[in-house]
Design a protein around this ligand. Sequence first.
Ligand SMILES: *[C@@H]1O[C@H](CO)[C@@H](O)[C@H](O)[C@H]1NC(C)=O
Ligand SMILES: *[C@@H]1O[C@H](CO)[C@@H](O)[C@H](O)[C@H]1NC(C)=O
Ligand SMILES: *[C@@H]1O[C@H](CO)[C@@H](O)[C@H](O)[C@H]1NC(C)=O
Ligand SMILES: CC(=O)N[C@H]1CO[C@H](CO)[C@@H](O)[C@@H]1O
Length: 344
Amino acid sequence: MGIRFTLFLLLCLLLFFSSSTADGAPVGICYGRVADNLPPPATVVSLLQSNAIPMVRIFKPDPEVLRSFSGSGIDLMVGVPNEILPALANASIDFCLQWLQANIFSHIPPTQIKYLAVGNEVFSKDPYFTPFVVPSILNFHQALRSINLDQLIKISTPHAASVLSGPYPPSNGSFSSDIRQEMVPLLQFLQDTDSPFMVNVYPFFSYINNKNDIELDYVLFRTPNVTFDDGLIYDNLFDATLDSFVAAMEKEGFGWVRLMVSETGWPTTGGEAAGMENASAYNGNVVSRALGNIGTPRRPGVEVEVFLFDLFDENGKNGDEYEKHFGVFRLNGDKAYDVSFTLP
Ligand SMILES: *[C@@H]1O[C@H](CO)[C@@H](O)[C@H](O)[C@H]1NC(C)=O
Ligand SMILES: *[C@@H]1O[C@H](CO)[C@@H](O)[C@H](O)[C@H]1NC(C)=O
Ligand SMILES: *[C@@H]1O[C@H](CO)[C@@H](O)[C@H](O)[C@H]1NC(C)=O
Ligand SMILES: CC(=O)N[C@H]1CO[C@H](CO)[C@@H](O)[C@@H]1O
């Protein structure tokens, strides 16, 4: 076979594989580490690679974890802890650049960092830090721009659903008045820099807190024919929740900022509605909808990247028992229940 023909075949194969895999939104997983029994980070990297999981979210820049991911081919969302935002908000661009270099880029190439998550659920759950979020984000953006990495690494901050005052019905979605003053400049930044609005969504909690009003089937994507009509038709709570955020952004004049699910999941034990079957149904549907670019009724066919929560159970988590049991994988690397990170 001539070399030209071989090259031609290779090119066809490449085109075939890139067009058959690049369509859907990538699905990643959160690597929470509030536990004293987790496998070493190098083992975790192999586990993610063997399951073809392309992205991982870590909640703080741990040097050993970053070094283990270096060269793995896995992209990262790296969290900047809430507690250090005051120091960063008031610092110089140079200081923020040094912080990035010392805490992240000295352990892993910047090309593997896809997102910086500056704080987590600050606006509604940790309000002391609210005034420091946008100034920290702007500082990091200037710092990344000074070394030409601002296009590569997108900056945002994940929100809890409690930033919405009226999440229901979805068309009534609006941001709480007490955080609007901070939310509007954040949305402006996200729009200007083509960065995602990050949301942590847990239909599980909505369900267990409103069992009389919400059907389990509606939460587990099992009601194609039982729908909720809000002008648009909803057949699951996940879409309804995402569209409440979209409606809230539209009300502020930022209707096309893209949405990302920075956390979602379902526990396997520890209380009502927790269980393998329910977790498998919920996460399985969330993943297949992301990979299939289904979008939501307000944004049909629009890509929504998703990070499932959580890689492993975290035995050091506080609160209700089920908080410890969101793990998709067991400590030995087996899946706790059936869920795939690639389309069949
Ligand atoms: C819409 O949201 C507001 C709060 O933002 C709430 O007072 C109102 O009851 C909601 N409307 C409906 C129809 O639920
Ligand atoms: C649900 O709707 C589809 C088409 O809209 C129909 O084919 C199917 O029989 C319905 N299923 C039930 C259980 O009503
Ligand atoms: C799913 O949730 C329902 C409602 O709480 C519960 O009755 C059922 O046992 C759960 N099943 C599993 C196996 O996940
Ligand atoms: C000492 C100082 O500069 N404090 C500022 C830190 O940042 C917050 C939020 O931007 C300001 O409100 C403080 O004045």
